[in-house]
Ligand binder design. Structure first.
Ligand code: NDP
Length: 282
């Protein structure tokens, strides 16, 4: 009986990389769908990034993720970028297409995919808490998904203004920057509130973004990018006020679903991936 012992390779290049649970959810999906593919975490330092990408090309890798600190630096080693990756200026998923390495960004796409299980963002007004790399990606994808307006609430004015400017210049949505120097009250016309700061991330689980919880109303959707713990203090407060919620684990799983579609062409079972993360205690 003929065998094929060639395993299509994917993985993650980052530094550090050992704490990244993506490997568990992706390998669970490969096993569930009987794919002989592998996903390997590789600790790649900045001075080795060019060689690592050349190595992936030479070995015929089907694609790979890039995380801290390579999301911007990897761009110069690629052959092209997808639409949103080009606007965001950062890449976290590389896909081998017709012999070329193309950079995509699934941070925001995974978020929008998870959010769409709760609401249709078209025409909505959004409050975005944060203006770092994840916030930038989420803002661009929400704008491309048709939200009307984004208020970027951020501590640092430079980063907050840069995200608002990017949305106004490069997408059909409009955006304004709102300084965050005291408790922020969510405007009543807001449809979606998103936390994409790092506030509330393990082990800092008792911290929560400084917003007035009494300004949250039942018509609003409150989403948190924090994957660990998934049920943040912010989401608990939102639930207590009757808001619908979307957690950061859903965003992480959404990214996995989109990445695997890019690499393998198949629609993988999101529940299998979420269960793999739950099994890790997330
Ligand atoms: P960055 O370091 O680029 O940005 C951090 C953001 O948090 C900035 O806007 C920063 O504000 C803000 N912030 C941090 N501490 C405070 C504070 N004490 N008060 C007010 N603002 C604060 O990080 P990333 O954008 O890469 O990631 C942000 C979070 O998103 C991470 O915690 C990560 O867990 C989550 N994430 C989740 C993903 C998922 O799939 N679930 C994917 C990617 C990220 P300032 O500009 O003023 O410093």
């Amino acid at each position: 009986m003929p065998h094929d012992f060639l395993q299509p390779l994917t993985g993650c290049f980052a530094c550090p990389v050992g704490e990244n649970p993506t490997v568990a959810m992706i390998e669970a999906a490969y096993r569930h769908h009987d794919l002989p593919w592998r996903y390997i975490n590789c600790e790649v330092t900045p001075d080795n990034l060019a060689a690592a990408v050349a190595g992936a090309r030479a070995m015929g890798w089907r694609g790979f993720n890039c995380s801290i600190p390579h999301k911007v630096a990897v761009v110069e080693h690629l052959d092209g970028l997808g639409e949103s990756a080009q606007i965001i200026g950062a890449v976290n998923t590389i896909v081998a297409r017709d012999g070329k390495l193309i950079g995509e960004n699934t941070d925001g796409k995974g978020f929008v995919r998870a959010l769409s299980r709760t609401c249709d963002p078209k025409g909505m007004r959004v409050v975005l808490l944060g203006a770092g790399g994840a916030a930038r990606a989420v803002a661009v994808e929400l704008a491309l998904a048709g939200v009307a307006q984004i208020t970027v609430v951020n501590r640092s004015a430079t980063r907050g203004e840069a995200v608002a400017q990017l949305i106004n210049e490069k997408t059909p949505a409009t955006a304004t920057y709102q300084p965050w120097d005291s408790t922020y009250s969510i405007p009543p016309e807001t449809g979606i509130v998103v936390n994409v700061t790092s506030i509330g991330l393990y082990p800092d689980v008792d911290s929560t973004p400084d917003i007035d919880h009494d300004s949250l109303h039942p018509g609003m959707v409150v989403a948190d990018g924090i994957p660990n713990p998934p049920r943040t203090k912010l989401l608990q407060a939102a639930e207590a006020r009757g808001c619908k919620t979307a957690d950061g684990l859903g965003m992480l799983v959404g990214q996995g679903v989109i990445g695997l579609k890019y690499w393998t062409g198949i629609d993988v079972d999101a529940e299998v991936m979420r269960q793999a993360l739950n099994d890790l205690g997330l």
